[in-house]
Design a protein around this ligand. Structure first.
Ligand code: SF4
Ligand code: SF4
Length: 303
């Protein structure tokens, strides 16, 4: 084994472009269901390393001005998660494994849900629940094991879920995306984030054109419909969208409630801009929840 320290990992992460890095113990995962347990991915795991890449403010502000929507989807979502984070993780993983330890790389898995998770991810065309997966032997979880990124960010001290579920960073608020490495390296760990960054102001709730956040919770199916543009403030909305549908007004006003079935029924009609590679849907709500949250956290000096 070669020497590998937490300082070495953080220094290399910064050199490779991560703006945020924290190393967490696995204590917060005790009691986690097997399908989300890091130890089911790496039985000898001792730590989880979290990294964050900020999403430039200008990408949000361009959507708010109604000037450019596609750049956020391609650069702020797809590129960070599908290219930047992947290359970064492979390089970081190589460094850890060259020192003789295991590195299980965890990027976002946008379109898969573990068995029993009936939520969805609004950022992609659709999601698939692994409802037919079965364990390969007794005592093992049904594949794929997908860790909870909100809990992982908290364990690493780099984020904590806010009112609408998104992990908020102490430095960048909601303008950040995360990836992780589970390792058996005996690293010195940071403290988990115990203070909540979210103060429950409720601004995210009133900003959403689809009323997808209520009672402190995000309705992911409702969000998925309005993220894809079924609201009046979508600049690509046309007069013939849902023409003749008696529910058109209620839908455009964000008053109709969608579930998995009705959301999937309307998706084919939400063709305002092309999908990107890997099934990322164009963001046409402008991520108003993130924008008001970010500004509120800055104004109140919480970030
Ligand atoms: S807008 Fe307010 S309530 Fe919503 S996540 Fe941000 S801080 Fe929390
Ligand atoms: S503003 Fe957009 S991303 Fe936020 S909850 Fe509403 S639909 Fe979802």
């Amino acid at each position: 084994m070669k020497q590998l320290t937490s300082e070495m990992i953080k220094k290399r992460a910064a050199e490779l472009g991560a703006q945020v890095c924290g190393i967490g113990s696995l204590e917060l995962f005790e009691g986690e269901i097997p399908g989300r347990d890091p130890k089911m991915i790496l039985p000898g795991a001792k730590a989880i390393i979290g990294f964050g890449f900020s999403v430039p403010r200008g990408l949000y502000e361009s959507m708010e001005r109604g000037a450019a929507y596609y750049a956020y989807t391609t650069l702020g979502v797809k590129y960070i998660d599908e290219e930047l984070a992947e290359i970064f993780l492979l390089k970081m993983g190589g460094m850890i494994e060259d020192c003789g330890y295991d590195a299980c790389l965890q990027k976002a898995v946008p379109n898969l849900r573990i068995k029993g998770d009936s939520e969805t991810n609004p950022e992609v065309k659709d999601t698939y629940e692994l409802s037919n997966a079965v364990p390969v032997s007794p005592g093992k979880p049904a594949p794929d094991v997908i860790i909870d990124f909100g809990l992982a960010a908290k364990a690493c001290g780099i984020g904590a879920p806010g009112r609408y579920g998104k992990p908020l960073s102490p430095k960048y608020g909601p303008y950040i995306r995360y990836c992780f490495i589970i390792t058996d390296a005996p690293l010195v760990t940071d403290e988990p984030l115990t203070d909540s960054i979210c103060d429950g102001c409720g601004l995210c709730e009133s900003a959403c054109p689809g009323h997808a956040i209520s009672d402190g919770k995000l309705d992911s199916w409702q969000c998925s419909v309005y993220y894809k543009g079924a609201h009046r403030s979508n600049p690509f909305m046309t007069d013939d969208f849902l023409a003749g549908d008696p529910e058109r007004e209620a839908i455009l006003n964000g008053e109709k409630r969608f579930d998995a079935k009705s959301a999937r029924e309307i998706y084919p009609k939400l063709n305002f801009l092309p999908q990107t590679q890997w099934g990322y849907a164009p963001c046409l709500c402008g991520r108003k929840c993130d924008i008001v949250c970010y500004r509120h956290l800055r104004e109140t000096h919480r970030i």
